[in-house]
Ligand binder design. Structure first.
Ligand SMILES: NC(=O)c1ccc[n+]([C@@H]2O[C@H](COP(=O)([O-])OP(=O)(O)OC[C@H]3O[C@@H](n4cnc5c(N)ncnc54)[C@H](OP(=O)(O)O)[C@@H]3O)[C@@H](O)[C@H]2O)c1
Length: 274
């Protein structure tokens, strides 16, 4: 009797060196997928790739690349072509947030964040959608966030970037229907990863009770492989996402979001601006 068939093609995972991407890399290697891992930290990727190859007997390639640099998406796509890597799954997971009032934020950080969360994700989705359509199979998994469902005071630009990811991916899903290729947006809520440190949210009241990256990675994998359009991760997050559809007014929605995003563990004076 033969065992389960090995998945064909490589799964390209961006942001594989940490958090959700790291857990997804472990999960997909365990499931027999060959992998191309991308992030900026070359050492972390090399160690991870070596470990996964040894443990699961899959082929794991890695590429250190800053996806926030304009043109990085085409560099990555050309790399796959030059190396002859038959990619059949793309996970646009690399991303970050910056928890600050817009009037106190660094405009360069916001631009860099949009380049990564929005521009690189769009370019990679486009470049690989062409290839996937030609080959008649492919899976695109774009990591959104529950912040996509409403304006997010304190996280204005990040929330809007994830709103873009959600709308873009849902539209792409519809465009690809019937082609053998699917695009899925997966929206986690707060998750215990490096995200919180980079967003300057360590100790923030919203991060208490954050999900485990392992559980989020499971949801990402299953939703993407099943070709779902939109998956919100976690029961409470699903309720919240649904409730935003029924808000009596946009004013009410943004005020409730502002109240939710305020750090209740911070001294009153410093949280007053929110
Ligand atoms: N954690 C949460 O609460 C949460 C909630 C909802 C959605 N999300 C989303 O989940 C995704 C994964 O985040 P995470 O929570 O796993 O955060 P994380 O632990 O900080 O991991 C982010 C990954 O992205 C990579 N990365 C960051 N900037 C990059 C760049 N310029 N070029 C290439 N790679 C880059 C990082 O590696 P290097 O530093 O080595 O580049 C790392 O591998 C993000 O899209 C995030 O917005 C997170």
């Amino acid at each position: 009797m033969s065992g389960p068939t090995k998945p064909t093609g490589f799964a390209l995972i961006t942001g594989a060196s940490n958090g959700i991407g790291l857990e997804l890399s472990h999960l997909m290697a365990q499931r027999g997928h060959d992998l191309l891992l991308v992030a900026r930290s070359a050492d972390r990727l090399a160690t991870l790739a070596g470990g996964l190859q040894q443990e699961h007997g899959v082929t794991v390639r890695h590429l250190a690349l800053d996806l926030a640099v304009p043109g990085a998406a085409s560099t990555l796509h050309s790399y796959c072509q030059k190396e002859g890597l038959p990619v059949s799954i793309l996970v646009n997971n690399a991303g970050y947030g910056d928890y600050k009032l817009v009037a106190k934020a660094d405009a360069r950080v916001l631009a860099d964040m949009l380049q990564l969360n929005v521009v690189a994700l769009t370019e990679l989705s486009c470049l690989f959608a062409h290839d996937f359509k030609r080959q008649g199979y492919g899976r695109i998994g774009n990591i959104g966030s529950t912040s996509a469902f409403q304006p997010c005071p304190g996280f204005a630009s990040y929330g809007a970037s994830k709103g873009y990811v959600m709308q873009f991916t849902e539209a792409l899903h519809a465009e690809l229907r019937g082609s053998g290729v699917s695009a899925t947006v997966i929206n986690p809520g707060f998750t215990d990863t490096g995200f919180n440190a980079r967003a300057d949210m360590v100790g923030h009241s919203m991060t208490k009770g954050a999900a485990e990256a392992k559980d989020v990675a499971q949801a990402v994998y299953h939703a993407m492989m099943a070709g779902e359009m939109n998956r919100v991760v976690g029961f409470v997050n699903k309720l919240w996402a649904q409730s935003t559809l029924f808000a009596a007014s946009r004013h009410l929605l943004v005020r409730v979001a502002q109240w939710r995003l305020r750090d209740r563990s911070a001294p009153k004076a410093s949280s007053a601006a929110w």
